[in-house]
Write a protein that binds this ligand. Structure first.
Ligand SMILES: Nc1ncnc2c1ncn2[C@@H]1O[C@H](COP(=O)(O)OP(=O)(O)OP(=O)(O)O)[C@@H](O)[C@H]1O
Ligand SMILES: [Mg+2]
Length: 272
């Protein structure tokens, strides 16, 4: 199982958007996929629960316009709550979303984990190691605060992906994040490899973005991925379906192509 942790302590930079699309890509490729949502906000979990409903009801999958907010989501299976991964003596079981696709769900229960000693992340690492031969890929989304939950994303992963927008607060936090990743690699997870920084929400018509992305590439070299995501409404809206599902105009098609290219490039990097 190739485990990809997606992390950045800055909020709103595209962690969940990337996690969602990597998960959609894995599903489309028919890979045995484990999705783990370590964020109490549970945005990725909602996407997976919608997917579960769509699998049960084909009309939802095909519908062009659905008021998603009016739909009652299925409940999370009690033994698939992601917080159980952090407890000793538990045998949490991921819930099935689709054939070959399972979820450890995010929920408010994860807030408890924030107060537990860092050791609890070792339980999560061991729990995932036990599932190693059951999946081809595991996608781990993390919350935007330096905490047990974000560290767990790095302690459990083989690869670390750092989505980042061009806001100074986000770019200036990258050094701290990579230093933390290095400490984790040295002390807890020798398998951790930096997949890279994914520039997101880039606006090529904004002069600041142009200079900032060049500066970042000069400073970080190959660590900044060649592929990047522009700021696009289609990407913003793609929460229940992948952005490439039904593009309606040129901008949507560009958004779809960019996301495809990001996902394909990341899969190639991890050897899938
Ligand atoms: N390339 C993009 N263009 C436009 N909107 C985007 C893009 N990428 C992400 N967004 C939107 O920005 C918001 C934040 O994205 P997302 O939830 O993926 O970030 P996050 O890093 O997971 O946030 P958090 O730290 O709160 O978990 C969402 O509304 C998302 O749809
Ligand atoms: Mg998120």
């Amino acid at each position: 199982m190739h485990k990809v942790g997606i992390a950045n302590q800055k909020g709103g930079v595209g962690k969940t958007t990337t996690a969602r699309h990597l998960s959609f890509t894995a599903m489309e490729r028919g890979l045995r996929t484990l999705v783990i949502d370590l964020d109490p906000q549970a945005n990725l979990t909602r996407t997976m629960l919608y997917r579960l409903m769509m699998n049960a009801d084909e009309t939802l999958m095909r519908a062009r316009s659905v008021n998603w907010d009016s739909i009652q989501l299925p409940a999370i299976a009690p033994d698939s709550s992601a917080h159980l991964l952090f407890m000793s003596g538990q045998e949490p079981r991921p819930m099935s979303i689709a054939p070959g696709v399972d979820l450890f769900a995010g929920s408010d229960d994860l807030i408890e984990v924030l107060g537990w000693p860092l050791d609890c992340t070792q339980h999560a690492r061991s729990a995932l190691n036990r599932l190693d031969d059951q999946y081809d890929i595991c996608v781990i989304d993390t919350p935007p605060t330096m905490s047990n939950l974000l560290f767990a994303g790095m302690i459990c992963a083989d690869y670390l992906l750092m989505p980042c927008d061009l806001d100074k607060d986000a770019t200036s936090g990258l050094l701290d994040l990579t230093q933390k990743a290095q400490i984790i690699a040295e002390n807890f997870n020798p398998d951790l490899e930096l997949l890279g920084v994914l520039l997101n929400k880039v606006n090529k018509r904004r002069a600041y973005d142009q200079t900032e992305r060049i500066t970042l590439r000069q400073k970080w070299g190959d660590a900044v991925l060649d592929v990047e995501l522009q700021e696009r409404s289609a990407t913003k809206l793609a929460k229940e379906h992948p952005v490439w599902k039904s593009p309606r105009g040129d901008s949507d098609r560009r958004a779809a192509a960019e996301m495809r290219s990001v996902c394909e490039s990341l899969f190639k990097r991890i050897g899938l």
